[in-house]
Design a protein around this ligand. Structure first.
Ligand code: A3P
Length: 311
């Protein structure tokens, strides 16, 4: 039987804007490392009904959503000062399917129902689709996602003394759909359509709406994943506490997120601070020309046409 690497080597390939080859797997562009992990997960991962799967394309608010959901599900286990989020990046509290759980579903803390993936809906392991586990998906204005993604890779390359590409080059590839787990719009649409078909299984969130009223969305998420706030908790401000603990200001100023590293000792080691840049809506205005914005908006309109979704 062909190895995963052999299968990947036969897939359509392009140069990504950060230098490596990227491959088209099940309709989405991705690096060898993550495709291999996803293939393993598709083969090995067995979901439990109690699982809560955080799904997202890259740079759409994953770090934040992981923190919020982790804080929600652990609120009765830890008190205000002992929550692991004070000493750990949220990516170290919520395992990533295609890396941490690729080999075995049991490689998990049995007390933690959360896991995450950047895989598109069509590539999720069958057991996630078939089991009664919950999925929470977050998406974001593609203009802000692109700008965030560009800065992320520019900083990553700079940390390895490599020259980042021009923003124009990244923009062009993004428009063509060639970005990590892109085409971005197809990723969003996959989960959007599935959430319309199965609203009890998939909660579809937008970063901008969550920024606008985080308290409301924390309550919604908690209800959806089966960890609703009691009347007493609502009265004593438990929701606001979680919102504050997971705010950009709070998390980005924690020592672990200023100086720590994620996945130290692996080929994909990253400084924690790279997951925190500005955390704002509309920062694209500082980087994209009006022409670029019009072009991205028109692709978004065209791609989402008839879906009932706006971004
Ligand atoms: P910007 O680059 O626009 O600042 P992801 O977590 O999916 O990698 O997305 C990263 C984006 O989420 C970055 O956006 C980052 O700053 C922002 N972010 C990280 N933590 C956040 C938080 N607690 N609240 C809001 N945004 C956050």
């Amino acid at each position: 039987m062909a190895s995963f690497k052999e299968i990947i080597s036969t897939l359509p390939r392009r140069k990504s804007w950060y230098g490596d080859d990227t491959f088209l797997y099940q309709g989405f562009w991705c690096d060898t490392f993550f495709i291999e992990g996803l293939m393993r997960a598709q083969q090995n991962f067995r979901s439990q009904p109690s699982d809560i799967v955080i799904c997202s394309a890259m740079k759409t608010g994953t770090t934040w959503l992981k923190s919020l959901t982790f804080a929600i599900v652990t609120r009765s286990t830890f008190d205000d000062s002992t929550n692991p989020l004070f000493n750990n990046l949220s990516h170290d509290c919520v395992p990533l399917l295609e890396v941490d759980l690729a080999q075995s579903s049991t490689n998990r803390d049995p007390k933690n129902p959360l896991l995450a993936t950047h895989a598109p809906y069509c590539s999720l392991p069958r057991s996630i689709i078939d089991s009664s586990c919950k999925i929470v998906y977050i998406c974001r204005d593609p203009k802000d996602s692109l700008v965030s993604l560009y800065h992320f890779f520019a900083r990553y390359l700079a940390s390895k003394d490599m020259k980042p590409p021009a923003l124009e080059e990244a923009f062009e590839l993004f428009c063509q759909g060639v970005s990590s787990y892109g085409p971005y719009w197809d990723h969003v649409l996959g989960f959007w359509k599935a959430s319309l078909d199965r609203p009890d299984k998939i909660l579809f969130l937008k970063y901008e709406e969550m920024i606008e009223d985080t308290v409301l969305y924390v309550k919604k998420i908690a209800d959806f994943i089966g960890y609703p706030f009691s009347f007493e908790e609502l009265e004593k401000g438990s929701v606001e506490k979680i919102v504050n603990m997971c705010s950009f200001e709070n998390l980005s100023n924690l020592e672990v997120n200023k100086s720590g590293k994620h996945r130290e000792g692996t080929p994909v080691v990253i400084e924690n601070k790279m997951y925190f840049r500005k955390g704002k809506v509309g920062d694209w205005e500082n980087y994209l020309t009006p022409e670029m914005a019009v072009r991205l908006d028109s692709i978004t309109l065209q791609k989402l046409n008839g879906s009932g979704l706006t971004l």
